[in-house]
Write a protein that binds this ligand. Structure first.
Ligand code: FES
Length: 172
């Protein structure tokens, strides 16, 4: 990673700390911003965040490990999270999962080679009476069927660059 990129990254983190406050309570919102912009949280970022918030890097690392919406590996432009909790389970989430895996050619926990889609499991999304439910980034879809999976993926492809976070350059 170039020095200028590191400086820019640090500048972004400092701006988010200014926005959310320079204490512990800012940790999660700042990490969410990093995740949104860079699609993952590297060891370097964890060090910088710990340094700026004056907390131990192990604490930052623990938060990144605990929350499923944060990750150390780059994720796709579109992160699809399918609910696997009981109501959605009973309403056919397995068929939806199979369709997603077939259409994207990846398994849950993986990202497509073009960096566009990541498949993840989620726990209850609060739409239990309208399952199966899934999230695409921050947008929720309900009563999803194998047939509508195709439409959802097409919609993602049509809206590239419109509402999805942009993948940015890799950083160390
Ligand atoms: S069980 Fe799937 S949204 Fe609640």
């Amino acid at each position: 990673m170039l020095v200028s990129e590191r400086e820019q990254l640090r500048g972004n983190i400092e701006a988010w700390v200014e926005q959310y406050g320079s204490n512990r309570s800012a940790l999660i919102p700042v990490l969410e911003e990093v995740q949104r912009k860079y699609s993952h949280i590297s060891e370097y970022v964890m060090q910088v965040v710990a340094d700026i918030l004056d907390i131990h890097p192990v604490e930052v690392s623990g938060v990144v490990s605990f929350y499923s919406f944060l990750g150390r590996k780059p994720k796709g432009r579109f992160i699809i999270r399918l609910c696997r909790t009981i109501s959605c389970e009973m309403q056919g989430k397995d068929r939806v999962a199979r369709q997603l895996e077939n259409d994207l050619g990846i398994l849950f926990g993986e990202t497509t080679a073009d960096g566009n889609f990541t498949l993840e499991w989620a726990n209850c999304l609060g739409m239990c009476d309208q399952g199966p439910a899934l999230l695409v980034n921050e947008r929720i879809y309900t009563q999803v069927t194998p047939e509508t999976v195709h439409d959802i993926l097409e919609e993602c492809r049509r809206t590239f660059g419109v509402y999805a976070p942009q993948l940015t350059e890799e950083y160390a």
